[in-house]
Every structure is written in C-alpha cells, then in structure tokens.
Design a protein around this ligand. Structure first.
Ligand SMILES: [Zn+2]
Length: 392
C-alpha cells in the first residue's frame, strides 16, 4: 500500500502540504514515516517573511537549502511563497520524507524549481561549500541540538548570505544541563526566569565561534522562541575584521539569585552591587543585538500579507533593540511578593515615569525589558498592586 494512502493535505500560508496522517492531532508527533509538526507553522510563517526581505540583497540567482527538510514544509513553502528564490534544495536522510516533499512540490506546481537529495545534512552542506555552489540562504532545523551542523552551515552559505537555525534542545540551552550547554555551545546556561534569552544568546555565541575560526563574522537579524524551540536568523560577512567584531560581541550575563539583579559583563568574577551576593554566570554568549531594526522595518513594509501575530512579533523585536540583554517576568515577581500582577502596560508606564526605558520582548509574551535596576521593578510592582488592592 502506498504511503500516501495514510496521508492528509494541510494548508500553510499559500501552500498545500501532503503530510502523514499520524502527525496531525497528536501531542507526541512520530518521526516515522516522516516528521511534520503543525505547531511549527508560526516558525515557518516568520521564515517566509525574513527570507523574502533577505532576497532583496541578491541580484543574481538565489538558492535556498532546507538541509534537514523532512516532508519539505519549509522548503516547499519557500518555493511557493518566495518567488524571488530561484531554486530550493530539500535534503533529508529519510527517503519517505523526501517522497512527501516531492509530492507537495508537484501539488503546488513548483517541482521544477526544487532539487531533492537523501543525505546526511553535513555531507549535503559540505558538497555545497565551494564558492560557486554555496547557498544564499541555509536553514538548519534538526531534532534536538543544531550544534553538530553549525560549522557545515557556515561553510555552505555565501558571503553576505543568511543562516537560519532552530534549536529544540531548550532544556540544555535554558539551564537544566549547564555542562551539556558548555560542551555543545561553548558557554554555560543558567536557569533564570529569562533563560530563553540566554538560550538564544548561547546559540548565537556558538555560531559566532564556528564562524570566527573561518574569519567570518555573524550579524543577528531576528531571534524568537517558544517554550519548545529557539530560532535565530543571522547574516554572515567574510573578513577578519568582521570576525573580530563578533569576538568583541561575546561576554557573560551575571545573575544574582538572591535579589534578581543581573547585568552583561566581560568579566566573570564579581559580586552583586545590590545585595553583595556572588553572581552566577551564563556564557560566554552573544551580548550585542539579537535583532536588526532596519532589516525588520523593511520586512514589515514589504507589500505582503502578514498575520497579526507575525506583525506583532516583529514589532516587539524592533522595540527591544538597544535594550538590556535580559528581561523580567512581572508575574513571577508578583508571585514572590504574593500580590496581584498589575498589567504590563501599567508597569512599563510607571517605570518610564521614573525616567527609565521599558519595552515588551518578543522572546516571552509575559516579559518586559527595562534599564531600571531590579529593586525599582519590584518596588513598582508592589506599589501598583497596593493601589489595586485599595481599589477593591
Ligand atoms: Zn543581588
């Protein structure tokens, strides 16, 4: 019996995808016969926007590699929804997954602009690592850690091209296994309330390490996360000065578990200036911007349909540019204080009224970023909740 008897069609964006029936409606998605996660649609929606904005930088033939393509959900969507991409290469070790990708490409009439291969992802990428063969855009979206693929991805992308990476080993990146993070990402993770931002910065730091060894620098364009994955988009630039710039973007985040104070630092041996307790350390990791305001502004102004959610996420990312590299979760602070959480807008207004900056963050819908000291944030939340208590 053909595998396609056990398949269903789903629509993502403007694309029809043929996927295994068993991957729909189940919390635990099986890897066989081929993996498809409908929950990752948002991840792919955002990719389409960023890739589309990226293609304006290329005047010649544009090639995109979906190097761990599975059923080709991202690759086929790019072939359909980003017409500026001339050729999409979909690769996966699972031959059944590639059969699904081929069928979806046929259904959408884009078979001729797609190329399919069944290889180990690194093997596939290395085959495309000579100057003429390199891709304008390389995507890495494995089961678990992308760490084994970082070097190959950098080698297979052309100068001024883009690498996008998904990491689903969030437990490692978000502080549950700091030693594993150090081994895979060259930096310790830390179990803080803002651990997803640490995860993003560790992944960027690891990619920078891989690039720097090849005299290449990285430039983050957009980063986001959910509870289950971390996602980054970066462009690369060839040259020792760019690599030096990346090296200068690495450092540490120091966190005080007694009072919640935290800051970026280039040194690791320090005590909390608020309470005197010794800081715990995350890193080395990427300390500079994780979004590019100008690029994102351009992507919002392209003449394409944007879902409200994607638009909101890109706007939030733009707002948090130039803010500190960590965020606060007022809900958690209010829990510790045993008070009702005031609205995020009220908290931000109150922080701004005291002369500090405050924004939302795309990394966590319940988070806020601010340059105010941590005791002030606690004070604001306590004061606002007092007023709320008096009202009722
Ligand atoms: Zn402290």
């Amino acid at each position: 019996m053909s595998i396609f008897n056990q398949s269903v069609k789903v629509v993502e964006g403007k694309t029809v995808l043929l996927v295994p029936k068993v991957s729909i409606g189940s919390d635990l998605i099986p890897k066989m016969p081929a993996f498809y996660n409908i929950q990752a649609k948002l991840n792919r929606d955002l990719s389409i926007i960023i890739y589309k904005a990226m293609t304006r930088r290329f005047s010649e033939y544009v090639k995109m590699a979906d190097s761990l393509a599975s059923v080709g959900a991202r690759g086929v969507r790019v072939a359909v929804e980003v017409p500026e991409v001339d050729k999409v290469f979909m690769n996966d070790l699972n031959p059944i997954a590639i059969e699904y990708a081929k069928s979806s490409a046929e259904i959408n009439g884009v078979y001729n602009k797609c190329s399919f291969s069944i290889q180990d992802a690194c093997h596939f990428l290395i085959e495309h690592s000579t100057p003429r063969e390199r891709f304008e855009i390389v995507d890495i979206d494995p089961f678990g850690s992308p760490a084994p693929y970082l070097d190959c991805a950098i080698r297979a992308v052309r100068d001024e091209g883009m690498v996008s990476i998904t990491a689903t080993d969030t437990a490692v990146l978000c502080g549950l296994y700091p030693n594993v993070a150090a081994r895979k990402y060259f930096g310790h993770s830390l179990r803080t309330k803002y651990c997803h931002e640490i995860g993003i910065r560790l992944l960027l730091g690891a990619l920078a390490h891989s690039a720097m060894r090849l005299n290449i620098g990285i430039h983050p364009i957009f980063s986001h996360s959910t509870r289950h994955y971390i996602r980054i988009f970066v462009t690369i630039s060839s040259g020792a000065s760019y690599a030096d710039e990346s090296m200068g973007s690495l450092g540490y985040i120091l966190h005080c578990f007694k009072c919640g104070n935290r800051r970026a630092s280039l040194v690791i041996n320090d005590n909390c200036e608020e309470c005197g307790k010794k800081f715990k350390i995350a890193g080395p990791l990427w300390l500079k911007e994780i979004h590019d305001h100008k690029f994102l502004s351009y992507s919002l102004n392209m003449n394409i349909d944007l879902s409200k959610r994607c638009k909101k996420m890109i706007e939030m990312a733009m707002d948090e540019v130039e803010m500190p590299p960590t965020y606060y979760i007022p809900d958690k602070i209010a829990d510790d204080l045993q008070v009702v959480t005031p609205s995020l807008n009220k908290i931000m207004d109150s922080i701004k009224a005291r002369g500090f900056k405050a924004t939302r963050t795309v990394i966590n819908p319940k988070g806020i970023k601010t340059d105010a000291p941590s005791p002030l944030i606690v004070e604001v939340i306590r004061e606002l909740s007092d007023r709320y208590d008096k009202k009722i």
